[in-house]
Write a protein that binds this ligand. Structure first.
Ligand code: PMP
Length: 299
């Protein structure tokens, strides 16, 4: 499939309170967000017209900005509404939703207290990150780059600047024939893939690294909830790379990746199995439910 450049598409993009034609949603090159990495963003998915866990995403967006020291000048309810309005304006029911906040071009220096804070929201059709036949599993290469210490980078923020580590890692993995990269953290413990969290099935229980230096994904928390409802034990702990060989199943969880089985990590092979398949199917069913039903299940 030929890639249509993102600036050569049609539709409407929400921009600081108004819907603008897609092609007019342009930014000045001297924007602080571009030069100094002050943007924060979200990745959401709409299913059947409902944006899954929308409010949690809007809250995380506000929090990501707060960690970087600025306030997104809209309430969580206003951001929720703007996301819904953008989806509707593009006549989409099943789509990826990308809100992004950034510091503007009023001041271009490390200190940026006089910059405006901007928010834009785009939506587009985007099937599963790893394609339709994802049950066969994806292959992960081990990244050379590590997730940084939380005192080295604002690791709890979905900050654009942190994605340079992911892009470098993913490019190298792709060059080596893998689908994605598995990154370790600064201590050498297993952390996450470049856009999704990781889970291991060990002795029938679900093991996943503690999110103390990377994003505590909304999908991650959702999958842990599904597992617990099935009576599957969930263990959040430090996982060393040497332990990965004990896993009978491995999978990724993220908004774009949804639940995606992993069939290889470096030299290790895994067979996508029943625990992963059950969680994958349950996640697929959950995202199709009404927001009220989803909230009731989570309570
Ligand atoms: N880690 C990274 C680096 C990500 O980009 C994402 C996707 N936002 C995740 C984890 C998973 O987060 P979520 O389930 O909230 O999409």
């Amino acid at each position: 499939m030929a890639l249509v450049p993102f600036d050569d598409r049609d539709g409407m993009i929400w921009w600081n309170g108004q819907l603008r034609p897609w092609r007019d949603a342009k930014l000045h090159v001297l924007s602080h967000g571009l030069h100094y990495g002050s943007a924060v963003f979200e990745g959401e998915r709409a299913y059947g017209g409902n944006i899954f866990k929308l409010t949690e995403h809007s809250e995380r967006l506000k929090n990501s900005a707060a960690i970087l020291g600025y306030d997104v000048p809209y309430t969580v309810a206003e951001i929720d509404e703007a996301c819904r309005a953008t989806l509707a304006a593009n006549n989409l029911t099943d789509a990826y939703v990308r809100p992004i906040a950034w510091r503007g071009s009023e001041q271009l220096a490390v200190s940026a207290k006089l910059t405006s804070i901007n928010l834009a929201i785009a939506v587009w059709a985007w099937p599963n990150l790893f394609g339709a036949d994802r049950m066969k599993g994806v292959r992960l290469g081990l990244a050379a780059w590590r997730r940084p210490h939380p005192e080295t980078a604002p690791t709890a923020s979905k900050a654009a600047g942190l994605y340079m580590i992911g892009t470098m890692s993913k490019h190298k993995a792709e060059d080596q024939g893998f689908d994605d990269a598995l990154m370790l953290d600064w201590r050498g413990q297993v952390a996450e893939a470049t856009g999704a969290n990781i889970f291991f099935v060990i002795d029938g229980a679900l093991h996943t690294p503690k999110p103390d230096c990377f994003l505590d994904g909304i999908t991650r928390r959702t999958v842990m909830g599904i597992a617990r409802r099935h009576g599957i034990k969930v263990v959040e702990r430090a996982i060393l790379p040497e332990e990965m060989a004990q896993a009978t199943e491995v999978f990724l969880a993220g908004t774009a990746a949804e639940v995606t089985p992993v069939r290889q990590i470096g030299e290790l092979s895994f067979i996508p199995g029943p625990v992963t398949e059950r969680l994958l199917r349950d996640y697929e069913a959950l995202v199709q439910m009404s927001p009220e039903k989803v909230a009731a299940l989570a309570a």
